[in-house]
Design a protein. Structure first.
Length: 201
């Protein structure tokens, strides 16, 4: 039997979720400085007082939103299906997948957070461990989908190079549509990576 407090708890959880999603959108679309409490409350469609009931300070809201954002990114990575095919075609599919993990609203919000962290030690202390966990989840995905030995230093370097490439391509795509060049770079690097990893047709 549901108690009278359960609907209130459900509403509270829904409001909190809406606030976290609104914060991520504001960070992605407006940047760190412009994502104020008032702006976030408007975006979420609630009053500033209601926002502060859940998060008394902007810092508390932003920390919760950052944790939510990085967890969402990691969860999406973990849910990506393994590619089909073998040889170079499989490598190309994995590289494409890795490039896509650094894309979209969550990436743009994370980028603004990184920029803020570069100038603010307190923000950096929050973001650094979250980003390390996310990077680890993407690295593990690459290892699992490629089926390679992560203890080999050369293989590890190749995977890290691929992830650095994916981040760089995502940055290049923020200001202009860089999709044509991105596809060429992905094809070229996929061939190099397949050769280095010993994948053959």
């Amino acid at each position: 039997m549901r108690t009278t407090t359960e609907p209130k708890q459900d509403r509270s959880r829904a409001t909190r979720q809406r606030l976290l999603e609104a914060t991520v959108r504001c960070l992605a679309e407006r940047g760190w400085t412009a994502a104020t409490v008032s702006v976030i409350a408007d975006e979420a469609g609630i009053s500033r007082g209601a926002l502060q009931h859940h998060f008394p300070t902007r810092e508390a809201l932003v920390v919760a939103a950052l944790e939510y954002m990085f967890q969402e990114r990691a969860t999406r990575v973990e849910r990506l299906p393994a590619p089909t095919g073998d040889g170079p075609a499989r490598v190309h599919a994995v590289v494409e997948t890795l490039v896509e993990t650094y894309n979209g609203e969550l990436f743009r919000a994370a980028l603004h957070a990184w920029t803020a962290a570069a100038a603010d030690e307190q923000v950096r202390e929050v973001i650094a461990p979250l980003e390390r966990r996310f990077a680890r989840s993407v690295h593990d995905l690459a290892v699992a989908h490629l089926g390679v030995d992560d203890s080999d230093p050369h293989v590890r370097t190749l995977i890290q190079t691929t992830l650095d490439l994916a981040r760089g391509l995502a940055l290049a795509d923020l200001l202009t549509d860089d999709s044509k060049r991105r596809r060429r770079v992905v094809r070229t690097w996929s061939r190099i990576l397949a050769t280095e990893l010993g994948f053959t047709d």
